[in-house]
Design a protein around this ligand. Structure first.
Ligand code: TXE
Length: 496
């Protein structure tokens, strides 16, 4: 028995959030549900002056210590209250995530549960955040390392996990004592604005969390260039990540956290549980329609079982339920933007043109409205093909074959990225050798996309800089100050 939620009767108009209040009066973007083609939200096109006002508010809230001056316990209490409010509003926030992003409602609800956990872990991190001390500098000198919040943080988020990516950062930024200005993706801003209501109800002081909506080219770019923003956390394309680095260098050398693209390997050995691994491979590329920075998009499979394994994955893919994301039974929903839909279909055409063989999917799914693509598997892929090298950001898995452990490792590392990887084998030597030698910030052994906000996440190589979540996630938004204390009388320099 499944339930199908209904669409809103008319699009909801949102205000932007500045210094503790929602504001209107700006021209509006209209966002249509990518799964249904009907307008669902209207989001303000803020001006650069609005951004300026938000940075001023965040700066004021930081400098007067209304937030940074509280104890970790007091900050943690606000985060725990926010977790409780999110629990109460879980289904509503999940619903807005579906309307703007197109992901299945059951998945979206699971993501909100993960977000609640992020707030709980953030609350603990606020209480545990600490520096270091040096008691080994001799009896006359004592050393301390203090951790201080970086200051005003700019946060730019993408459209694939609008609320989850936000919540993997916001509680940790708040735990550190920083204040922030958030610029969500222009196509998925609603839940970032709903979080403002949650945080206000939880007791967060005004000016600590501000949301300025608008395009990446105007508001996003201005945030990256702003001379009074101390740190920028950006999640999105590698191209825009590069422009953030230039903007930081040309403005104030703001600290950067970057989570960018990936072309993540899933390495399957002949001695693995092939049924388990096939399910992992189908899930790893189809989850969130493959619009996931950690999607396992390169299958690297041992030649002796490759044909059998590819057939297993293709059979699994054919059974995945692609459908209306408001239906609780749906496993794969819509592609979030028309541009992304074109990109994915373009890569599928390119894969065929490059000579790869289509074993599953390979086409759009027509549900009468919205944009959907069937989970797709290409076999016979070679490392030089564009589909093997470039981030497709869609449900398209490319299968490459290997004979030896060394070859598997070399293929896995044959990319400019290094975000995530997965290895499947029952042999501990192979599992650990591959885990140690493949360059990736997150690793899964005999599983995929598992984990919680206790464990840090982030990328190697061109997948980014820095780590989010866990204690690393809060430390990321701090800087250290080394303090030296003389005990007793200092030995004089001027003598005689
Ligand atoms: O991302 P953009 P797009 C990858 C994925 C996808 C491709 C393009 O391969 O196909 O990027 O997606 C803001 N200054 N990922 O074009 O443009 C923008 O408003 C500052 C991987 O949508 O990078 C949005 O808020 N900000 C990824 C955010 O950047 C700018 C998630 C991301 O949009 C800006 C998304 C600018 N000049 C896409 N231009 C991941 N790592 O998960 C845009 N933005």
């Amino acid at each position: 028995m499944t339930t199908l939620l209904s669409l809103p009767h008319s699009p909801r108009e949102f205000g932007f959030y500045l210094d503790g209040a929602f504001h209107g009066g700006r021209p509006l973007f209209e966002r249509a549900s990518p799964a249904h083609g009907v307008p669902v939200s209207r989001i303000p096109k803020c001006t650069v002056a609005d951004l300026e006002a938000a940075v001023v508010a965040a700066r004021r809230a930081f400098e007067d210590r209304r937030w940074a001056g509280l104890s970790g316990a007091a900050r943690g209490a606000v985060l725990l209250r926010a977790a409780d409010i999110l629990r109460r509003r879980r289904d509503e926030i999940a619903y807005w995530e579906v309307l703007e992003n197109g992901k299945p409602i059951s998945q979206a609800r699971g993501e909100i549960d993960h977000c609640i956990a992020c707030f709980e872990v953030g609350a603990g991190a606020a209480r545990l955040l600490h520096g270091d001390s040096f008691n080994n500098l001799g009896d006359s000198l004592f050393g301390m390392v203090l951790r201080e919040p970086v200051g005003v943080v700019g946060l730019i988020t993408p459209w694939n996990f609008p609320f989850l990516i936000l919540c993997e950062r916001v509680p940790f930024i708040l735990a550190s004592g920083c204040t922030m200005v958030v610029k969500p993706s222009e196509v998925t801003s609603a839940t970032t604005l709903l979080l403002a209501e949650v945080l206000a109800e939880a007791g967060l002081p005004n000016g600590v969390y501000n949301v300025i909506t608008g395009s990446g080219r105007s508001i996003g770019q201005a945030l990256t260039e702003h001379p009074d923003v101390d740190m920028l956390s950006f999640t999105g394309s590698t191209a825009v990540g590069r422009s953030c680095v230039h903007a930081a260098a040309d403005s104030n050398f703001k600290k950067l956290g970057l989570e960018l693209g990936g072309k993540n390997p899933i390495i399957v050995f002949a001695d693995s549980d092939l049924e388990d691994a096939a399910d992992g491979a189908a899930f790893g590329i189809s989850f969130n329609t493959g619009q996931c920075c950690v999607s396992s998009s390169r299958l690297i499979v041992e030649r002796s079982v490759a044909a059998e394994f590819e057939a297993l994955v293709a059979a699994k893919m054919a059974r995945i339920r692609v459908g209306d994301p408001l239906d609780a039974a749906t496993q794969v929903g819509a592609i979030t933007t028309a541009a992304q839909n074109d990109t994915i279909l373009g890569y599928i055409a390119r894969g065929t043109a490059e000579g790869a063989q289509l074993l599953a999917g390979g086409q759009a799914v027509d549900l009468g409205r919205g944009q959907y693509i069937a989970p797709t598997l290409f076999a016979g892929v070679t490392p030089d093909m564009a589909i093997a090298r470039e981030e497709i950001f869609g449900p398209v898995l490319c299968s490459l074959r290997f004979d030896t452990v060394e070859e598997a490792i070399a293929l896995a590392n044959d990319t400019v990225y290094g975000l995530a990887a997965s290895v499947w084998t029952k042999n501990i030597d192979k599992a650990l050798t591959v885990t140690r030698r493949v360059r990736a910030g997150r690793f899964w052994v005999n599983t995929i996309m598992a984990g919680g906000p206790e464990i840090p996440l982030g990328g190697f190589r061109q997948s980014g800089w820095g780590r989010e979540a866990g204690m690393s996630g809060v430390e990321e938004y701090t800087q250290t100050k080394s303090v030296h204390v003389e005990l007793g009388k200092r030995a004089h320099w001027v003598t005689g």
